[in-house]
Design a protein around this ligand. Structure first.
Ligand code: HPA
Length: 277
């Protein structure tokens, strides 16, 4: 079945849940799942109840679409995402992001865990993503182009200036320090070598991770405004004395969770004002 028909079916399944039309979408990264459970008037749809929605095999990634609101902004939240390194195709990995657009989201805020490359970054820092390097050698827009969307979408404004400004303001208002930088996405699942990290730094990357950019591409293609923020969970390979370990990445994400959730809640609220104006 074609992707757009799959999306039709998924959209109908979500509509049956009867939630108000969401205007802001949120994609939650490692260790941030609990944000979804804190929505008001929460309706939780397991991915298994949504046709064609893939489920993640990674520990720490629950699979639910959470519908509800934050400060009266109707929100749809992907609690758990699938990654390219799990072996899923691009259509699967980006299905949830495309679905967010289908069900009404005009802006999507994306979060992830990332390794810090820029010298100022420390574990536990939050970093606003201002641009990206797509080093996955994948592009989810390859293939037939659905009608009504551009064949060659612009990426000059991939990370929406007003949403970036709202992210900065949200962090300021809740007293959370916020860094900024360029996110480089690699396929994974192995972490990088120290030589690769030196290469990424030369290329202009401030942080490195294994998600987000393919979702950004499909959202921008569909005209959805995007903001993104990383939780820096570790220094990238070779920049500290320790080896990289997923359990540690999760632990730092968990420790940063409260601060990240405060920023995200306020960011959603400010985003809601922007997209309903
Ligand atoms: N590299 C890639 N992905 C990551 C890292 C890293 O150092 N930390 C968290 N996700």
């Amino acid at each position: 079945m074609e992707l757009e028909q799959q999306l039709d079916e998924a959209e109908r399944a979500v509509a049956r849940a009867g939630a108000p039309t969401p205007r802001v979408g949120v994609i939650l990264g490692s260790g941030l799942g609990a944000f979804g459970d804190q929505l008001s008037e929460l309706i939780k749809l397991p991915y298994s109840a949504i046709p064609h929605m893939p489920t993640s095999s990674v520990v720490g990634h629950a699979g639910n679409l959470c519908l509800g609101s934050v400060a009266s902004v109707p929100v749809a939240c992907l609690q758990g995402r699938v990654h390219l390194y799990e072996g899923h195709g691009l259509d699967r990995v980006t299905f949830g992001a495309r679905l967010l657009q289908r069900i009404g989201c005009r802006a999507v805020l994306i979060t992830n865990a990332a390794g810090g490359i820029q010298a100022q970054l420390s574990p536990g820092d939050l970093m606003l993503i201002t641009d990206h390097l797509n080093l996955t050698a994948r592009n989810p827009l390859i293939g037939p182009n659905p009608e009504g969307f551009p064949r060659f979408p612009d990426m000059t404004t991939a990370y929406d200036a007003q949403l970036c400004e709202a992210g900065r303001r949200a962090a300021r208002e809740v007293d959370a320090p916020l860094r900024e930088g360029v996110y480089a996405a690699l396929l994974g699942p192995s972490y990088e070598t120290p030589a690769e990290i030196r290469m990424l730094r030369t290329l202009g990357a401030d942080a490195v991770g294994m998600s987000t950019v393919v979702e950004v591409l499909v959202l921008r293609h569909r005209g959805v405004r995007v903001g993104a923020m990383s939780c820096i969970t570790n220094l990238a390979a070779g920049l500290s004395d320790s080896l990289l370990d997923h359990a540690e990445v999760e632990e730092i994400a968990r420790q940063t969770h409260t601060r990240f959730v405060s920023v995200l809640s306020r960011w959603v609220e400010l985003t809601g004002e922007l997209v309903s104006a």
